[in-house]
Design a protein around this ligand. Structure first.
Ligand code: ADP
Ligand code: TRP
Length: 344
């Protein structure tokens, strides 16, 4: 009798994630992703990169791209990633990402990519005018992850579908090339109250770098006055805060602000309601603003300090790239052999 279940991945646990250098980082990026990176680095070997190759799926000014990479790196460091503990690097410094992505382009099916909602959102009505890179974006993301045989990927809720695709690609590669257990089927780590922070202008839309209104988001580099003002102007409803989470249903803006408070304070949303039940936003918003300034103020200041010394950031990225390549090269050498390439 043959065993139907493929051999599981038997390698070590590894964390990997990345952020695109395409604009100012905001509270959603911080709570959905960056906070988790800093926490996980002490539990599992952690690889965090800046996705400059993903960034050019939509045109970026070549004169600014390196500066944008340094900014994201500064944000990683300012939110607690330690370059001696975690491996921090730029995606384009490790050419194996795109080499593996080509192999995965030949593994992934067009039908799988056709279902990706992020492509549909970004391409909009004129999808025939979007770049081929934007369409293949999730395949490069799968290569980013599997090149390091990563098992855990901390991301916001919006990336869940890309992680499912990554698992599908890993499974099909292992199966089609007769390499059971070669790639792991990685898990998305999306838990926590910050997994989906909503816009301050519309509780039904995600807080996003690409929202044209700067008042929709709090940027990590906003000063105290700007943070307070954005929270004061955030859309809300006229009712006081309720005593139970159920009563927040149908009040997306109130639900979001309670969630933001909870995530920033490291408390459960119910604990926030226990404290503020019966109070209106006239009381709640100033308290939230104080908390946001207390948490984000030092991060913005640290980013500015780090960016004043770009040579130090470049040194950290060079060191990280060397460490990342030391892991990426053997994986890619194995993949070439498995696929039967001439250069293996
Ligand atoms: P954006 O969607 O603003 O362009 P990115 O796509 O660069 O941001 O996302 C970087 C990381 O931040 C990803 O892990 C993503 O899931 C997370 N993230 C982005 N927006 C939010 C949000 N509003 N709430 C929680 N996490 C988010
Ligand atoms: N697609 C991710 C985002 O938009 C960025 C990203 C690229 C990523 N490659 C990755 C995240 C690999 C996690 C793992 O935020």
């Amino acid at each position: 009798m043959t065993d139907q279940t493929p051999a599981p991945f038997a390698g070590p646990k590894r964390v990997l994630s990345g952020v695109q250098p395409t604009g100012d980082l905001h509270l959603g990026n911080y709570l959905g992703a960056l906070v988790k990176f800093a926490r996980l680095q002490h539990e599992i070997p952690t690889f965090i990169f800046v996705a400059d190759q993903h960034a050019i799926t939509e045109w970026q000014d070549p004169a600014k791209l390196k500066g944008q990479v340094r900014e994201i790196t500064a944000a990683y460091l300012a939110t607690g990633l330690d370059p001696k503990v975690a491996t921090i690097f730029a995606q384009s410094a490790v050419p194996e990402h795109t080499e593996l992505a080509w192999v995965f382009d030949c593994v992934a099916r067009i039908g799988w990519l056709d279902r990706m909602t992020q492509f549909k959102d970004k391409a909009g009505k004129h999808k025939e005018r979007a770049s081929v890179g934007l369409y293949a974006y999730p395949v490069l993301q799968a290569a980013d992850i599997l090149l390091y045989k990563a098992t855990h990927v901390p991301v916001g809720e919006d990336q869940r579908q890309h992680l499912e695709l990554t698992r599908d690609i890993a499974q099909k590669f292992n199966h089609d090339f007769g390499a059971p257990g070669f790639f792991p089927l990685p898990d998305a780590l999306t838990q926590g109250p910050g997994a989906r922070i909503m816009s301050l202008r519309d509780g039904r839309a995600k807080m996003s770098k690409s929202d044209p209104s700067d008042y929709s988001r709090i940027n990590l580099t906003d000063d105290a006055e700007t943070i307070s003002q954005k929270i004061r102007k955030a859309r809300t409803d006229p009712d006081p805060l309720p005593a139970s989470l159920d009563a927040l249903e149908g009040r997306p803006e109130a639900q979001n602000l309670v969630g933001v408070y909870a995530a920033l304070a490291g408390k459960a949303p119910q604990a926030v309601l226990d404290e503020f039940a019966g109070q209106g936003f006239g009381v709640f918003k100033p308290r939230l603003a104080d908390l946001a300034v207390e948490v984000l103020g030092p991060i913005g200041a640290e980013m500015r300090r780090l960016l004043a010394d770009p040579a130090e950031i470049d040194r950290i990225l060079a060191d990280g790239a060397a460490r990342a390549r030391a892991l990426a090269q053997p994986t890619m050498a194995e993949v070439r052999k498995i696929v039967g390439f001439w250069n293996s």
